[in-house]
Design a protein around this ligand. Structure first.
Ligand code: SAM
Ligand code: SF4
Ligand code: F3S
Length: 443
């Protein structure tokens, strides 16, 4: 019998990847992806726990689902992802509407749990079993046929930054076997994928060893570089401590690795980095920056910043602003520190919230200006864009430039999947707008 499922995904790219794999998995037991969340047999929330309010968001969503299904057959309600892992049984206890709570390392059990739900027993499954999860992912087909696709190569974290829940929600660092990653990449290529983004919470800590050889992320990049159909390679999120020379050299040797490094630093003050347990200094970060820039000057850097970490003084914050004078970060993220239960920083004395907010506004203004400046510099230039899709309801195409900025242009649907030279006519902070002039290439 055909059943329908809808997955609502919060949080990072790793959740997006998992949601796609869950669709792949449960199609084997008759569930088909539905775009209409108002009429499904199974409703899955794939949740994020990185900042506060995440848990409340989950219960708010469940309230909404209850409203939608009032007077109709209730869907099987599943809470997956990092809130499920962090709160496990507590999620089930809080609302009887929830049927299944499943953590990110247990998705290989999803089909069995859904099938056993006919007994109407509440289930919580939050073991860390990355080996079985990825072995299972390897056994089922990855049906993603978007132009740009994510591919998880590493999961979990052993670094334990004092502010962060990830080591608790995703478990210890685990790298997928090299051959699994290659198999999946080749499957994606067969589906028509042109850009692969390698994913991991510490993606550049990727390390796999078999009888004969050790493999790092640079080996994966080199392998993918040789696959003709792949036009672009990216990876995220990396940690400054794991930016080894073999990876840095890829910015010179790889033709397809995009010149855009998302490398979170969190703060420009060594004192705060130490308090955060980041295991790197500002100088280490600058060394990586200058090494890469020397090899390939067109590389741009993006970062994450936590503002108002407990103990952050005006001097620490001004050190962060000083770093922004040395590196023109683009496409970056900044958030006020949010205390997370169970982490070392959970109960530290907070910076005054008004002060933290003011600092956030100051840094965001600078970061947004950098983005506007970079986008403006592309006006009247020809840039290469990978065309990903047609914008729904509009006669326009959507693509991205090498720095991951969105580009909107007019053009024929036949260009989807191609690298196209686009002349940028205008821009704002988020988007570039362009046209394809005659005689421009589509590769
Ligand atoms: N592994 C990556 C790294 O080491 O930089 C980051 C992964 S984390 C999923 C993404 C970002 O969320 C972090 O870079 C950090 O800026 C932010 N973040 C994590 N915990 C936070 C917290 N408690 N409050 C505010 N922002 C937080
Ligand atoms: Fe979180 Fe730090 Fe691990 Fe990144 S390195 S996932 S910020 S604990
Ligand atoms: Fe959120 Fe979990 Fe990703 S906490 S950011 S969904 S690893």
């Amino acid at each position: 019998m055909k059943k329908k499922v809808f997955i609502k995904t919060f949080g990072c790219q790793m959740n997006e990847y998992d949601s796609n794999r869950i669709y792949d998995s449960i199609s084997k037991i008759g569930y088909h992806k539905s775009e209409d969340q108002n009429n499904v047999d199974c409703y899955i929330l794939n949740t994020c726990h990185i900042r506060d309010k995440a848990k409340e968001k989950v219960f708010h969503e469940i309230g909404r689902v209850k409203e939608i299904y009032r007077g109709k057959n209730k869907p099987i309600m599943v809470v997956a992802g990092c809130v499920a892992q962090a709160e496990n049984q507590e999620v089930l206890n809080r609302d009887p509407y929830i049927d299944i709570v499943i953590g990110p390392q247990s998705y290989h059990k999803m089909n069995d749990l859904l099938e056993s739900n006919i007994f109407k027993k509440k289930i919580e499954e939050t073991e860390f079993d990355s080996v079985s999860k990825f072995k299972y992912y390897d056994e089922i087909e990855n049906k993603n046929n978007n132009i740009s696709a994510y591919l998880t190569i590493q999961e979990g974290c052993d670094k334990f930054c004092h502010f962060c829940v990830v080591p608790y929600t995703r478990g210890p660092e685990y790298s997928r076997p090299f051959y699994q990653v290659i198999n999946e990449a080749e499957q994606l290529v067969k589906n028509g994928v042109k850009e692969i983004t390698l994913l991991g919470q510490n993606v550049n800590a990727y390390y796999f060893k078999d009888n004969t050889k050790e493999y790092r992320i640079s080996d994966l990049i080199k392998y993918l570089d040789k696959i003709k159909e792949i036009k672009r390679i990216r990876y995220t999120t990396s940690h400054p401590k794991d930016m080894t020379d073999d990876l840095i050299e890829c910015y010179e040797s790889s033709r397809k690795l995009m010149p855009f490094v998302h490398l979170p630093i969190q703060s420009g003050s060594d004192r705060i980095l130490h308090l955060m347990n980041r295991k790197h200094k500002v100088e280490d970060y600058l060394n990586v920056y200058f090494k890469i820039k020397k090899l390939n000057p067109e590389v741009e850097f993006s970062s994450d910043f936590i503002i108002g970490y407990p103990g952050e003084t005006e001097k620490d914050f001004s050190d962060t602003l000083k770093l922004l004078e040395k590196i023109r970060f683009v496409n970056s993220f900044s958030f006020v520190f949010s205390p997370r239960p169970g982490t070392k920083a959970a109960n530290l004395k907070m910076v005054d919230s008004e002060v933290a907010k003011k600092r956030l506004i100051t840094i965001q203004k600078k970061l947004f200006n950098n983005q506007i400046e970079l986008n403006k510099s592309m006006e009247n230039q020809k840039i290469e864009v990978l065309i990903e899709n047609k914008l729904s309801g509009q006669n326009k195409l959507f693509g991205r430039n090498k720095y991951l900025s969105s580009v909107i242009l007019e053009g024929s649907e036949s260009l989807i999947g191609n690298l196209v030279d686009v002349k940028i006519t205008s821009s704002n902070q988020k988007t570039l707008f362009g046209i394809i002039e005659k005689n421009m290439k589509a590769a």
